[in-house]
Design a protein around this ligand. Structure first.
Ligand SMILES: Cc1cc2nc3c(=O)[nH]c(=O)nc-3n(C[C@H](O)[C@H](O)[C@H](O)COP(=O)(O)OP(=O)(O)OC[C@H]3O[C@@H](n4cnc5c(N)ncnc54)[C@H](O)[C@@H]3O)c2cc1C
Length: 451
């Protein structure tokens, strides 16, 4: 650092149009904005950016003073990487413009836009590929992958990204696409925020008048057979059907398997597909109906994971639901420490599985299930946080030996670099080369997907 902390403060305050907070106040404000209340932020400054020009200024000042930079989008990274220790946090939450292009084929959004914002900002008969919880940041989700119920129809969220505007470590801006800065564009699609601050992205918008969704409950005693049956159904179905599932305790107190199918295709075939699912062993259909894609977001379901509690997460990829993996999953659910433990599965097949592994920095393109493990506790009971680690480890012990190498980098924790490398495989070297070229001083080091 050159003139020290005081002049860094001065430079930030002079060059930004938004508010700039330091030390305790910065950490208080970041703490209040993160999903996981168990993160204790320890940043130098929190810089509110109201425009891409503000981001440039913040990054320039950080660079002049040799400071590290972290990026706050939707604040949903459970490990709190938006608040890297000793860094300046560039707060993008004001960058939430949503702009649909003339022919309604693409939408350009600010780097701090949440899923909620985008879906509210486009007509009801359009959809973009998003995740399952509406308060997650779209850019953070997309840079690491973007699993969601439209993957089988349209690809991962990152497959639908056609352009990204990025502020690089020296404060310059580039627009990366297949045509320009193509190697950076490749890296941004899977490599996370390791190369710069993404101030806006353009995503494909898809015509989708309505979708059919359902909620099916299977008691734990039938969950193994149903999971194996689900695999058979998915093997036989096309791109229109996606089934998100979760082993969890439902509000009535029963533990079991929730299947949340989404059909994005013709009406009669959709009704048939959901009927097949409702024939799985032990299945009880709790709800079913057609709606717009936006209306599929269920606030009640989202309240299961409210902001402000303590959380830990982990991720594993499993290739298929067969007797062995289904049994292991059910064993995990039987061993849940409390009702606060949950294992979720995103199915990965169809359009997302037809993308060439080397086309983006998300090389795992064979059919699989992305398993996400989440455990939560009340911050009033801090000792429950220690026990939560046991929940994560218990699932790892059971699923780890059956899982593919690596796991979803948006979820893997900061100490999981060997699993991150395993996920990228040969793409790791290419990512390291892009990193060296675009961020040689490693200013952006608090990110998911870090090698
Ligand atoms: C409740 C919950 C549900 C989830 N559901 C899904 C799901 O359905 N599908 C799925 O694929 N993932 C899901 N995730 C994982 C989620 O995609 C990642 O946690 C993602 O990183 C969150 O992005 P964010 O902007 O909200 O978080 P933040 O904490 O703000 O940022 C997380 C990371 O992304 C980087 N980042 C964010 N925005 C930018 C930007 N504009 N430029 C550069 N870097 C940026 C940050 O540097 C940081 O490393 C879920 C997570 C949670 C907690």
């Amino acid at each position: 650092m050159n003139n020290g902390k005081a002049s860094l403060r001065d430079a930030l305050q002079r060059s930004l149009s938004g508010s700039v907070q330091f030390d305790a106040e910065a950490n208080r404000q970041i703490g209040a904005s993160l999903w996981n209340a168990d993160v204790a932020p320890d940043v130098l400054a929190l810089v509110e950016c109201r425009s891409a020009a503000d981001v440039q200024q913040a990054v320039r000042v950080a660079s002049d003073y040799g400071a590290l930079i972290s990026t706050l989008g939707g604040g949903h990274d459970w490990a709190g990487r938006a608040a890297g220790r000793g860094s300046i946090t560039v707060d993008l939450r004001q960058l939430k413009a949503v702009e649909l292009n003339r022919d309604r084929s693409a939408v350009t959004i600010g780097g701090g836009t949440l899923i909620d914002h985008v879906l509210a900002g486009i007509p009801d008969d359009l959809a973009i590929v998003t995740g399952t919880i509406s308060t997650v940041g779209v850019t953070g989700l997309t840079l690491g992958g973007g699993y969601g119920k439209l993957n089988s129809r349209f690809g991962l969220a990152l497959d639908t990204m056609t352009r990204a505007e990025v502020v690089l470590a020296d404060g310059s801006t580039v627009v990366a696409s297949e045509q320009d800065d193509a190697e950076l564009f490749w890296a941004l699609r899977g490599g996370g925020g390791n190369f710069g601050v993404v101030t806006s992205i353009t995503l494909a918008a898809h015509q989708l008048r309505h979708v059919l969704t359902g909620t099916i409950f299977v008691p734990l005693s039938s969950a193994k057979a149903s999971l194996v049956g689900l695999q058979a159904i998915l093997d036989d179905s096309g791109d229109e059907l996606s089934v998100f599932s979760a082993l969890m305790t439902v509000p009535s107190g029963d533990r079991g398997l929730i299947l949340a199918p989404m059909w994005a295709g013709g009406e009669r075939a959709g009704e048939r597909a959901l009927q097949t699912l409702s024939g799985l062993q032990g299945a009880q259909t709790l709800a079913q109906g057609w709606s717009t894609y936006r209306a599929t977001y269920n606030k009640k379901f989202e309240e299961t994971w409210p902001k402000g509690r303590g959380y830990r997460m982990d991720a594993h990829n499993i290739q298929r639901l067969d007797d062995t993996t289904a049994e292991a999953l059910v064993e995990c659910a039987k061993a849940f420490r409390s009702n606060a433990d949950c294992v979720m599965l995103h199915d990965f097949h169809g359009a997302c599985a037809r993308v060439a592994p080397e086309a983006t920095a998300f090389p795992v393109r064979s059919e699989h299930f992305n398993v996400q493990v989440v455990t939560q506790w009340s911050m009033d009971r801090p000792r429950d946080g220690e026990a939560a680690l046991q929940s994560i480890e218990a699932v790892k012990e059971k699923l780890g030996p059956l899982a593919m190498r690596g796991g979803y980098t948006n979820i893997l924790g900061p100490n999981e670099s060997s699993r991150v490398r395993a996920f990228y495989g040969t793409a790791a070297q290419r990512l390291a080369d892009v990193k060296r070229r675009y961020d040689p001083s490693d200013r952006f080091r608090f990110n998911t997907g870090r090698l």
